[in-house]
Design a binder for this molecule. Structure first.
Ligand code: UD1
Length: 441
């Protein structure tokens, strides 16, 4: 997204102060773009963030013949009238490390009778498995063939509604089912579905297109297939993960940031934890002000969880704040098996974080223990000092930025391109908040 620099050199110790805006959520915008493939007419998506994940999906849609244009800043017009087949090599080259290509399956099966997922043997889509996705597609009647090139999915007899129960409320697998069931013949019942706000917003998009979807208590979603869908006009829900990240930045740097566009309803669980740690916030109509009110921060015990729990994407910036709390905090990661790798670099900067690879039992646990969980024990407060660190992933990368901003002395954070996958104009935002830094190629 126009970010040429590889590294940012930060002089830390300066509070971030000012106002920034968050726009449409990465975790909705990219899915709504895929949904445009299901319509017979063009769709207009508004408040689209300028992030590289949106670029990846634009290029993939283009490879399938969808004309993607931007009639105005922050708007994407997606015209699926000339959708056509593509090739493994093309999709492979475009997909990069993105996981979104998996979500093209249902719409492409409806449209072209075939979908390709490239290079699954490698680590292109991370070590995150896709078994729930494939099992769901098979339940709809799709045939999944693995070859040396990747996975080819076909549906010679069309797709039929299915009864599906997910082993875990996976966000992506729930979206897979939604994007497939809307045009499958008959009714689909999806049990143990994810109900993240971005999923509810995707359901709103699909309903605008003509889909019939209703949700019941206990994570059950019903979808009655229809023969035809049209395009939509939709303003993406705001990015609650970006908002939470900037909130943590305010706390960690003892600053004061107004996050325009942040929505209380989607951040309730985060706001509770932010308050318990000692952060202050003020909810306004056009956003939320987050600041450090002075005094000591307090330790907390947190378990990441599916919505409405504490989102796994919030733990990385929170952990940086917890290094400054007085006492011992515990963060249990129950959604991903390996999401604490970023803490090594924080320890190099002076933090005291011990990761328990097999998790920790604890009497105050709310979320039942999952086999794959890990726990991080953060003992604070520990002053942070500047260091040379390399961004490992999106959220870990942002947490390095805010650690460097809070640290005494100079830090060099390299591989910052990854951060622009999900944080729109983060360099400009740092500038607007008064950060002291220079960029390096
Ligand atoms: C989405 C979000 C990501 C967020 C995550 C959990 C996007 C682009 N990304 O990722 O920011 O952290 O939800 O809220 O929306 N799993 C399987 N088999 C599968 C699919 C998932 O075992 O087929 C497991 C995963 O390994 C993980 C858990 O289910 O342990 C949750 O993954 P999932 O909810 O699917 O995450 P994503 O949709 O990839």
């Amino acid at each position: 997204m126009g970010l040429k620099a590889d590294s940012i050199v930060i002089e830390g110790g300066k509070p971030l102060r000012g106002r920034i805006e968050v726009r449409g959520a990465k975790n909705l915008a990219t899915k709504a773009m895929v949904a445009s493939l299901l319509g017979d007419t063009p769709s207009l998506l508004q408040d689209v963030p300028e992030i590289s994940d949106v670029d990846v999906v634009s290029r993939m849609l283009d490879a399938y013949g969808v004309a993607v244009t931007s009639p105005a800043p922050g708007e994407l017009l997606l015209d699926p009238v000339n959708v056509a087949r593509s090739h493994f090599e093309t999709i492979d080259a475009l997909a990069g490390s993105s996981r979104i290509p998996i979500l093209f399956c249902g719409p492409l099966l409806h449209r072209l009778g075939e979908a390709l997922i490239p290079d699954l043997g490698g680590c292109r889509i991370g070590d995150r498995p896709i078994d729930f996705h494939m099992d769901a597609l098979r339940a709809f009647g799709a045939i999944v063939d693995k070859s040396y090139e990747g996975i080819r999915i076909t549906a010679p007899d069309g797709l039929r509604g299915a009864n599906i129960e997910l082993p875990f409320p996976s966000v992506g697998a729930t979206e897979q089912v939604l994007l497939t069931a809307v045009k499958a013949k008959g009714v689909t019942e999806l049990k143990n579905a994810a109900i993240e706000p971005e999923i509810m917003d995707l359901i709103a998009v699909l309903q605008k297109m003509g889909a019939i979807i209703w949700t019941e208590a206990n994570r059950t979603i019903f979808i009655e297939g229809v023969d035809q869908l049209s395009g939509y006009t939709h303003r993406a829900i705001s990015d609650r993960n970006e908002a939470a990240s900037w909130a943590a930045a305010a706390l960690v740097t003892r600053g004061d940031i107004f996050v325009g566009g942040a929505k209380q309803q989607d951040l309730m669980t985060f706001l509770n934890v932010f308050r318990k740690v000692g952060g202050a916030f003020d909810v306004r109509e056009d956003g939320i002000r987050f600041w450090h009110p002075g005094g000591a921060l307090k330790p907390v015990q947190v378990e990441t969880d599916v919505h409405p729990g504490f989102m796994t994407d919030w733990q990385q910036p929170l952990i940086v704040a917890l290094t400054q709390a007085e006492g011992v905090s515990v963060v249990h990661e129950t959604v991903y098996e390996n999401r604490f790798g970023f803490t090594d670099a924080l320890n190099d900067m002076g933090a005291d974080i011990v990761v328990h690879r097999d998790g920790l039992e604890s009497v105050t646990r709310r979320v039942p223990r999952r086999k794959l969980e890990q726990a991080a024990v953060v003992t604070g407060p520990t002053p942070l000092h500047g260091a040379e660190v390399r961004v490992p992933d999106l959220r870990g990368g942002f947490s390095y930025l805010i650690a460097a901003l809070a640290a005494q002395g100079r830090s060099r954070v390299s591989n910052i391109g990854i951060i622009s996958r999900g944080y729109e104009h983060f360099v400009e935002k740092l500038e607007a908040l008064g950060a002291d830094f220079t960029l390096e190629a």
